[in-house]
Design a protein. Structure first.
Lengths: 510, 175
């Protein structure tokens, strides 16, 4: 929906963009820039000198030691590099500095365009209670609950009566599972209330708690929105991200198999209203908690950034979200109107992580074989390559496999095919977990919820390793052990030595 | 060549013979009948770092990582860690670990990370399997346990410390 000219450095919206991120998302942004004729600047930490995003950018600068705090979160250093490289804009990717209003203001002071929402957008959505108050004003449905904090047990009982059990009591400042209690019986309210207050006080120095209806077995549905600096806001329909483990998304799909058209249009309207109410600029996502029984939806939070799972929206809508971000940051109007936005076909994304799929322990280390899947209607956003050592400092996600199909069934078949083609050895990955989930009846019929993996793991786990018989593993190990005893192959020994340190790491962790 | 092998909780006896054109591999699981496999060398072919294994009419691309007695085998994105050993390998392994009476044993950080919690005190005698400390790396908490009965001689770190790869965390002595 953009101009019909071929992009050149002369007609590019910016001359040069610094990408304040690493891994696959840094590469994703680099690709958009290159297609637009914009020069790219990568930044990297000690651990990332050999990371693919460094190789693919036009320029690359070292920004500090491996821990994120001293490199990818060190915004002063990043702005210093941006000035030195003479860039006119910074793209933050997701995570790291992408939702940090201090960084956005520092960019502005340095005369550099930040590609993303305004610091005010970030601040109004950053605090849970104030975000909810804003959304209520904008007419976005919230989970029924107390208006703000609840001070006494008596008050808690009144709220519980009003909204009905089960309820969840949450410390306002809480997080990470602390200061949170689900209450199913009235008799438990008093002790849960006291426990949450005391945990809030002890862990977060704030005893304030609030109460909400507990949505049993919900789905996670989110709406992609896009705003520009001219006051336009458009939604790009939904993504379903209910396949989660420990609140980390694993598989996402669009459209959701569970949201009827009239409901998704309502959700889209709400999301647009929510974004408009805060004058939202750029790409953002409104997350809803979705009750699959009643088809009710409630505002959960807004992410003021590009999401990991943005490619599935790109594939079903046909818009390049990163390019759109760049044009909006330049001050252009959105290149599409609401009526232009239609979902076509079905897309699925599988997040491939360097981790043991049974224990979920991270499995950093040296990648030996790496052959990415290829073929029709398939997109791979990956920073893995043979000989690359996955560092321990950052997120374990190393690749995203995204497939498109005319129907949901075709997209699933295509994903199964793609994952079967994916060769990745040396480190453990969750590819077998993905294949097992994709074959599970609850995934196939679309009825899965955010509890799906926890509730079905005992069934999923043995399935994961069923494809290959144990004796194949044993024979391969036995012949190799025999060859190792017999041979003094120096080359093989050297390859081994990389494994040696990794194997020690793994042993120490178990 | 005779080996013993362990895969998860199953124990196997394994016999491997190399002939001019084939491998003869025999497996026996937990006292059940021996199973014999005659594998042509053209069906177990090294290609670059990997092995293309044609077995039972199926085609597998295999990567095997072996270290001492621990072999991790990757096939079709499944993997199994197999302990495979014979007397010679066990002897070799124990010699390599070295140590001997009187030498100090140390727990080192296997990766850079942050010490989240320490469960033991200096002077304490700890049974094998007991958690010693929790380290955080890659956004995950990992519990480190004692691999044998030991006495805690010295704790070299404190809660909240960031440590580099190989840093000594705890020194042990014989209980």
């Amino acid at each position: 929906m953009h101009s019909h000219e071929i992009s050149t450095p002369q007609n590019a919206p910016f001359k040069k963009i610094l990408i304040a991120n690493r891994g696959e998302i840094a590469i994703r942004v680099t690709r958009a820039c290159r297609e637009l004729g914009i020069a790219t600047v990568a930044v990297f930490s000690d651990a990332d000198r050999e990371s693919l995003h460094v190789f693919l950018a036009d320029e690359a600068y070292h920004i500090g030691p491996s821990p994120s705090k001293e490199s990818y979160l060190n915004y002063k250093k990043i702005i210093e590099v941006a000035k030195k490289a003479n860039v006119d804009a910074i793209h933050p990717g997701y995570g790291f500095l992408s939702e940090n209003p201090v960084f956005v203001r520092a960019c502005k002071e340095a005369g550099i365009t930040f590609i993303g929402p305004t610091p005010e957008n970030m601040e109004s959505m950053g605090d849970k209670l104030s975000a909810k108050a804003l959304m209520k004003k904008a007419g976005v449905p919230l989970v029924p609950g107390s208006d703000g904090g609840v001070e006494t047990v008596e008050e808690a009982l009144v709220v519980a009566k009003k909204i009905g059990l089960p309820i969840i009591i949450k410390a306002t400042a809480g997080g990470g599972g602390k200061g949170m209690r689900v209450v199913r019986h009235e008799s438990e309210i008093e002790s849960a209330f006291r426990a949450c207050r005391s945990e809030g006080q002890n862990y977060f120095a704030n005893p304030t708690v609030y109460i909400e209806r507990f949505i049993n077995d919900p789905k996670h549905i989110e709406i992609q929105v896009f705003g520009d600096t001219h006051g336009n806001v458009v939604h790009l329909f939904e993504r379903e991200c209910s396949v989660q483990r420990r609140h980390q998304k694993i598989i996402e799909e669009s459209p959701s198999p569970s949201v009827p058209m009239d409901v998704k249009l309502k959700m889209g309207d709400c999301a647009v209203r929510a974004a408009k109410s805060i004058g939202y600029v750029g790409a953002g996502t409104i997350e809803f908690i979705f009750d699959n029984q009643t088809k009710e939806f409630f505002f959960m939070e807004m992410n003021t950034r590009l999401q990991v799972e943005h490619p599935i929206t790109e594939l079903v809508i046909g818009v390049d979200l990163v390019k759109e971000q760049i044009f909006v940051a330049k001050g252009n109007k959105l290149s599409f109107k609401q009526e232009d936005i239609k979902q076509k076909g079905h897309a699925i994304e599988a997040r491939i992580c360097a981790e043991d799929p049974t224990t979920y322990k991270p499995s950093p280390g040296l990648i030996r074989a790496c052959r990415h899947p290829q073929g029709p209607f398939l997109r791979i956003d990956s920073y893995a390559y043979p000989g690359y050592e996955v560092p321990i400092y950052y997120d374990p996600m190393i690749a995203k496999v995204i497939t498109w199909g005319d129907t949901r069934e075709e997209a699933i078949d295509r994903m199964q095919r793609a994952l079967a083609e994916f060769v990745l050895t040396g480190i453990k990955t969750n590819i077998v977990l993905h294949r097992t989930i994709l074959g599970h009846e609850k995934f196939l019929d679309g009825s899965y919820t955010t509890q799906f993996i926890e509730k079905n793991f005992e069934v999923l786990e043995p399935q994961m390793f069923r494809e290959v018989n144990d004796k194949v593993f044993l024979i391969a190990a036995a012949i190799t052990a025999y060859e190792d005893r017999k041979s003094k192959d120096v080359r093989r020994y050297n390859v081994r030595s990389n494994w040696r340190s990794l194997s020690r790491k793994i042993q120490l962790r178990t | 060549m005779y080996f013993e092998a362990e895969l998860k909780d199953k124990k196997y006896k394994v016999d491997v013979h190399e002939e001019r054109h084939s491998w003869k591999v025999s497996l026996q699981q937990d006292g059940q009948d021996w199973q014999h496999y005659d594998i042509s060398k053209t069906d177990f072919k090294h290609a670059e770092e990997y092995v293309s294994f044609l077995f039972d009419g199926k085609s597998y691309l295999i990567d095997v990582l072996g270290q001492d007695t621990e072999y991790t085998v990757f096939i079709r994105n499944s993997f199994r860690t197999i302990k495979i050993f014979n007397d010679e390998m066990l002897l070799h392994e124990s010699l390599k670990k070295g140590g001997g009476a009187g030498s100090n044993i140390e727990l080192k950080a296997g990766m850079p990370g942050k010490v989240i919690e320490i469960f033991v005190k200096e002077g304490e005698i700890v049974k094998a399997g007991k958690p010693l400390l929790i380290m955080e790396a890659m956004k995950m908490e990992n519990e480190m346990r004692a691999s044998s009965d030991v006495k805690i001689k010295q704790i070299c770190i404190k809660q909240g410390d960031s440590v580099e790869n190989g840093a000594v965390l705890i020194r042990f002595e014989k209980p």
